[in-house]
Design a protein around this ligand. Structure first.
Ligand code: PRP
Ligand code: URA
Length: 207
């Protein structure tokens, strides 16, 4: 299943990302902001737990997100601002990392580095802003499943219909929450209209 956001603020922010005059600092902050909203759209998937807190009138049982059960896993590099944004909302969530790079000739992804905590019994949230062919996300999810992840949610910013379909076909058990699905992939496997290379835009390596 995939769910594209209908939130007008999300759409506004995605269009800020498309504008080449949006410099890298603002680009990262905008990704952080979109990620926080898209994460809250996936909230129904997060387990809650009754927690006893101390209020101004004494102890009270309240429902809190079971943050200890969440593991956030960005696909570096472009997934890093997504992690930063969500950690501002859920600072006690655990994080792990996958570093992948797409070969720009073949569009095949390659895993360069991984560091993930134990994933059994956790809700694993994979963070990848761009879903072009879907190859990086599919490989990332494969990796996490091989590491024992049973429940995975995908949060994404921009996708091509082809990539989103490929991911949902390869991993029908993973629910994707995505800010915007664009028109198509171009001949170089870039999303159109898209926003260019998200990693380059975020880390100022495009100029
Ligand atoms: C980008 C993006 C995704 C991937 C999407 O990463 O962040 O991970 O491309 O393309 P796909 O769906 O065709 O696999 P990239 O490999 O450019 O690395 P970067 O984040 O370091 O820029
Ligand atoms: N990766 C990006 O950053 N942008 C695209 O359009 C495709 C892959």
């Amino acid at each position: 299943m995939y769910k594209e956001s209908t939130n007008v603020v999300v759409k506004h922010l995605v269009n800020r990302l498309r504008d080449v005059r949006t410099a890298s600092n603002e680009f990262r902050l905008t990704i952080e902001e979109i990620s926080r909203i898209v994460a809250s759209e996936a909230l129904s998937e997060f387990k809650t737990i009754t927690t006893n807190i101390e209020t101004w009138q004494g102890p009270l049982d309240v429902e809190m997100i079971e943050v200890q059960k969440l593991v956030l896993i960005p696909i570096l590099r472009a997934g890093e601002p997504m992690l930063t944004g969500i950690l501002r909302t859920l600072p006690y969530a655990k994080s792990g990392f996958l570093a992948m790079k797409r070969d720009e000739e073949t569009a095949e992804s390659k895993l360069f580095y991984e560091n993930v905590p134990p994933l059994e019994d956790k809700t694993v949230i994979i963070l990848d802003p761009m879903v072009a062919t879907g190859g990086s996300l599919i490989d990332g999810i494969d990796y996490l499943k091989n590491k024992g992840a049973q429940k995975i949610i995908s949060l994404n910013i921009l996708g091509a219909p082809e990539g989103v379909e490929a991911v949902t076909k390869a991993h029908p058990d993973v629910n994707m929450y995505i800010a915007q699905i664009d028109e198509r992939l171009d001949e170089k496997k870039y999303i159109r209209p898209g926003l260019g290379d998200a990693g380059d835009r975020a880390f100022n390596t495009h100029i």
